[in-house]
Design a protein around this ligand. Structure first.
Ligand code: GDP
Ligand code: GDP
Length: 433
């Protein structure tokens, strides 16, 4: 699983600036998904060789006993508990403050790997600014500038030194499925329903509570792995949820899966949290199947209402197949597996260069690239740059002038040609031959 970096610090030290810098590379690729909902506190990134997840914990008032700051502190502490690495950010311009000391005390107690970064250090003398922060007893303070990007790469490389290189995704021969959704959507009911019908091969129960559980099983002679985020535990013949909802666990499971099943609760309104989880899935590029659960016991009016709310809030998931199911009654499960198989095949599809190039040339003949000023982009050839999500790299000249609408046109043509149901598709332009 990808390591999770959690950024902690008092307000205004530059946490969200650092967050933006750590997640920047990834954003460029998914910038123009229409209607995409983002949660700017959770993101993906890759600086250097190792990909990671980042959490910006927002304001941290360690002494607040109640109210909104208390809630935020609680959430921060949960994130800190689940972090693989913590960056404690302080401000070189303000110097060491009393609140920094309080936060440092809290963080030390968690026993998690901790890095102290002194932000806003551009144009200042390294030795001078870091000296006073030694007092925190958190090791060598690292001078960085989030706004200017100075020292950030070094910080990331140091933090991730002990984590392995990215694994080769190709070696997975069967779908890894993550079941995600907000608390009470019905995830553990669905897991039980699926596993009750199928043959469980291995149930791996890790020692630490932070980990999701991997369950291998066979269905119709095909093998699958479920990554369960509900924290189900085997209790006799059934599995039951024992843990509270964890955002980090959800995000890690999404990253680790090939296909995500997003479970929505039809008895509740589509919430901000649903939209954020959905946004994160799209950004991750994973294949997706949506299970609108608790479809039992609803009348026609209620069903229409929830369907239109889904269209409105989750319209950007239009590449995915939606199923209206009841985990409780066991309806719709077979159809979900059909869609999982289709989405997995699409996500892993092989796209040979000659065929891609032929489709590209046909598409540009049908619809000439629009002229921008004196320029008209010229597309030469296309090749596949990756899978899960499929990535198509189009080579040509003046391709930086291609408007988003034309890019979407190409995406649609490629998607139709390769019948890519259930997976996001990315098209990237590359200047030159
Ligand atoms: P947060 O409240 O900790 O998330 O802090 P922000 O990221 O919102 O930053 C607070 C202020 O500090 C903003 O005005 C930023 O532009 C500024 N800031 C952030 N990083 C740097 C930096 O590296 N150098 C300087 N000079 N200012 C920075
Ligand atoms: P989780 O937190 O996402 O794992 O949700 P659970 O599986 O624990 O389910 C939460 C509640 O919703 C439980 O009371 C379930 O019995 C109920 N539930 C789950 N699936 C369905 C369903 O398809 N229909 C109805 N009516 N209730 C369901």
């Amino acid at each position: 699983m990808k390591p999770t970096i959690v950024i902690v610090g008092r307000p205004n030290v530059g946490k969200s600036t650092l967050f933006n810098r750590l997640t920047k590379t990834r954003d460029a690729l998914v910038a123009d998904f229409p209607g995409l909902t983002r949660d700017r506190h959770y993101g993906h990134g890759k600086i250097g060789t190792k990909p990671y997840l980042v959490v910006d914990t927002g304001g941290f008032e360690p002494v607040a006993k109640e109210g909104i700051f208390h809630e935020m502190a609680k959430q921060t502490l949960q994130a800190v508990d689940e972090a693989d690495v913590i960056v404690f950010l302080v401000d070189a311009r303000d110097g060491l403050t009393a609140q920094d000391k309080l936060i440092a005390d809290k963080l030390r107690k968690t026993g998690r790997p901790l890095f102290l970064a002194v932000n806003k250090s551009e144009g200042m003398q390294r030795a001078v600014i870091t000296a006073e922060f030694f007092e925190l007893g958190l090791g060598v303070p690292l001078a960085i500038s989030s706004a200017h990007g100075e020292g950030v790469r070094e910080l990331v490389e140091l933090m991730l030194e002990d984590f392995p290189e990215e694994e080769d995704e190709e070696k997975e021969k069967h779908p890894k499925i993550a079941l995600v959704g907000r608390p009470n959507a019905g995830k553990s009911t669905l897991v039980n329903r699926i596993l009750g019908e199928d043959r469980v091969i291995a149930f791996d129960q890790p020692g630490t509570t932070r980990d999701s559980i991997y369950i291998d099983f066979e269905r119709n002679d095909k093998r699958y792995t479920i990554i369960d985020t509900a924290g189900v535990r085997r209790r006799g013949k059934v599995f039951e949820a024992v843990e509270k909802f964890s955002v980090i666990k959800t995000l890690q499971a999404v990253e680790d899966a090939n296909v995500v099943v997003l479970v929505l609760d039809a008895h509740e309104e589509i919430s901000e949290q649903d939209a954020h989880i959905a946004g994160f899935i799209v950004e991750s590029g994973r294949a997706l199947v949506v299970a609108v659960n608790k479809w039992d016991g609803l009348d026609q009016y209620q069903r229409e209402t929830i369907k239109s709310a889904i269209d409105r809030r989750l319209g950007f998931l239009d590449f995915a197949k939606f199923h209206y199911i009841s985990a409780l009654q066991g309806t719709g499960i077979a159809e979900i597996f059909k869609s999982i198989d289709t989405a997995y095949a699409a996500a892993m599809c092989k796209m040979p260069t000659p065929r891609l190039t032929r489709i590209l040339i046909d598409a540009t003949t049908q619809h000439q690239t629009p002229k921008v000023g004196a320029f008209r982009a010229k597309m030469r050839y296309a090749h596949q740059g990756g899978s899960n999500p499929p990535l198509i790299i189009v080579h040509g000249s003046a391709v930086d002038k291609v408007p988003a609408s034309y890019k979407r046109y190409l995406e649609r043509i490629f998607r139709e040609a390769f019948e890519l149901q259930g997976t996001p598709l990315r098209v990237q332009f590359k200047q030159g031959a």
